[in-house]
Design a protein around this ligand. Sequence first.
Ligand SMILES: Cc1ncc(COP(=O)(O)O)c(C=O)c1O
Length: 383
Amino acid sequence: MRETFLPFSKPSIQEWEISEVANVLRSGWITTGPKNAEFEKAFCAYTGAKHAIPLTSETTVMEVLFRALGLKPGDEVITPSMTWVSLPNVVSLYGAKPVFVDCDRDTLMITAEAIEAAITPRTKAIVPVHFAGGVLELDKIRAVAAKHNVVLIEDAAHALGAEFKGERIGKHGHVMFSFHPIKNITTGEGGMFATDDAALADRVRSLKFHGLGVDAYDRQTMGRAPQAQVVEPGFKFNMPDMQAVLGITQLTRVDRMNAERGHLAALYRERLANIPELTPLAQPAYEYKDSYHLMVVRLDIDKTGITRDDFMSELKKRNIGTGLHFRCVHGQKYYREACPVPAGALPNTEWNSERIFSLPFFPGMSDADVDDVIDTCKEILAK
Ligand SMILES: Cc1ncc(COP(=O)(O)O)c(C=O)c1O
């Protein structure tokens, strides 16, 4: 058994990055300021996005964006149920309805066909998720959104650095990113809205900061524009510079960190090929570049007779941490009552929801760590 606990995730932060944060703390300007402006520019340069606006999390991006899009009671938003609770929660807080769509059994992503089947005259937006490192089949999904004239918003919490057919995620459309500590880059907590729509970008920029008709930081005045006044009531979700600076440093390393993740993923896949009880996700057949965000596997609970939750606790007893991405949203208490889904309507989501968990996976993890995880899984399965 391992002597030290191997966490399921750990942020990669180097000493020089800590110094950069300390420099901001010493600078006299720690809230939204020049480092936000620099982070936006670097993010646009990296993704190819026309506009990028940092906020305090991806969840707050959703809150602001749905205000900007005028989401109201009676509206519907199409989402996978195999996702984090943020999107369904925010949609519900606006009095609108999340419409859950089943995912592919092996990529855990929703398809253009499933999305199209869920569109109604009340559909306000489609919010599919690039899952675990895999990438949505964007050309088909964009075509469905355009055909029905519905806004498409990509949830790219897992997809920084990923590409679809040579196009980096975030370059086009409306795309939301997360910088939570397990993500491919982190700012502690944080999120980004990337878009090629200048008017929507302006609206989000204003709404994230009280609905003042200006940004939290004005580049000309090096402060707030003195004439700032509320043009509509807004939120207070601007990212402080002491976090934005970490976004800048992390972006310079994202390709290297993703390459490290790719190496670990290949190693895991090679080792898992000898464990029929644990199946990794499938990689989509179309052309894309993975961001290797999570190492999700499915436990064969029928053959092994052990539940996923028990398997995770057995790993923990042996000093191996795991994550769960995700427990299906429609199966959770509030959603079972507020928007019940007919039994059997989301079979792939429910099948995976009982079987998935995420193995330790982060830059800085060693090949020997992967071997420890694999050996420990084998030991539990042998019992
Ligand atoms: C798919 C997905 N969407 C949205 C979020 C929310 O991101 P944040 O924690 O930055 O609000 C997460 C975060 O875990 C996520 O995994």
